[in-house]
Design a protein around this ligand. Structure first.
Ligand code: ADP
Length: 344
């Protein structure tokens, strides 16, 4: 069987409160999956249930071909063949890099143990600092030690809890790329949790998007961005402006500016719909046929971002060249380019 982890309708209560409910997804060998969601959505609860620290109220968790949790049974964490890397890395400050890595290998013979430590040091590329202590290392190096320590016992599944939370954005993106390379090279099945979509997208093959304890969507980063099926996904992933609008029976959108034709499916005709306008859907163009009032502006890296008011008071956004800067209160001439709109 290729599945390393299967969650089937997992629910977990904290005291009497339901923290997560009906969670089902699976990981195949070598796959990297991320649970992405806002703070309090239930990410850590799921991770801790997989590690064996939270009991289930219902459902089941299989790790490999072994039942790890049901509502009546929780296999102890140390028998699950799962390693976890904690947010703060939890390295032992009084042990050097080598001894941190060998910590989980106590049951092995000394020769086998030291060979495995050498192998891990090479894998995480820290041979040169094997005798240094955690406080003598950079944050990135500390993270690699935590990863090496977790991977040393050769677990079936690696769990990462907000792996880059303590890093600045530059380091975060670089380390996420490096970590993905390492995990893929060694075919390590990995589940991570994060609230940061860039981190999730940089690392994962599949993303499980959750909110308020339930799964909203599961898909590859590209699928989630290109074809979101929920308003929550479009909003949380910040894919563009979400506006409410009428679609007439002829397939025209009525922004109160004259009708704008679309190619939306007949399912939506004659309805009030929620529409996602992605960046690029509204283009600043002197030859455009619509004028919108500028109600705000912010300077982006090489363009000027404008907030524009639709006649019904809803706000949309567009960016324009810095050369013809306008001020708040002026009108901006635009055209609509509605090839890639999503409707909810
Ligand atoms: P996340 O990891 O996404 O921030 P959590 O899994 O930590 O979310 O929390 C999910 C929900 O469960 C939240 O409403 C949180 O307040 C609650 N919760 C988490 N841990 C406990 C606990 N030990 N006791 C009571 N409620 C908890």
């Amino acid at each position: 069987m290729n599945n390393q982890l299967i969650l089937d309708k997992v629910s977990v209560h904290h005291q009497k409160t339901m923290a997560v409910s009906g969670i089902s997804f699976s990981l195949s060998l070598g796959e990297i999956v991320c649970i992405l969601g806002p703070s309090g959505s239930g990410k850590s609860t799921i991770l801790r249930a997989i590690a064996g620290f939270n009991d289930l109220s219902s459902g089941s968790i299989m790790i490999g071909d072994r039942t790890a949790s049901t509502a009546h049974f929780t296999l102890p964490p140390e028998q699950r063949s799962v390693s976890m890397v904690f947010q703060d890395f939890a390295l032992f400050p009084h042990l050097d890099v080598s001894r941190n890595i060998s910590f989980g290998l106590q049951s092995q013979l000394p020769k086998k143990r030291s060979d495995r430590v050498e192998e891990m040091l090479e894998l995480i590329n820290l041979q040169d600092v094997s005798h240094k202590y955690p406080h003598e290392l950079s944050v990135g190096q500390q993270q690699r030690v935590a990863l090496g320590r977790a991977m040393a016992p050769n677990p079936r599944l690696l769990l990462l809890d907000e792996p880059f939370a303590s890093l600045d954005t530059d380091n975060r993106n670089r380390l996420a790329r490096e970590m993905r390379k390492l995990l893929k090279l060694h075919n390590i099945t990995t589940l991570l949790v994060t609230h940061d979509q860039n981190e999730a997208f940089a690392l994962s093959d599949q993303v499980v998007l959750i909110n308020s304890g339930s799964i909203q969507e599961i898909g590859s980063p590209t699928e989630l961005v290109q074809r979101p099926t929920t308003i929550f996904a479009a909003d949380f992933l910040d894919l563009g402006d979400l506006i409410e609008i009428n679609l007439d029976m002829g397939g025209n959108l009525d922004f109160g500016l004259g009708k704008i034709p679309t190619h939306l499916s007949t399912d939506h005709l004659g309805k009030r719909i929620k529409l996602l306008l992605r960046p690029g859907a509204i283009i600043c163009d002197d030859n455009g046929s619509h004028m919108l009032k500028i109600v705000g502006k912010n300077l982006l890296a090489s363009t000027q971002g404008y907030s524009l008011e639709l006649p019904d008071g809803q706000t949309v956004h567009c960016s324009a060249s810095l050369r013809k800067e306008k001020t708040v209160g002026e009108m901006l001439t635009v055209r609509f380019c509605l090839h890639e709109v999503s409707v909810f």
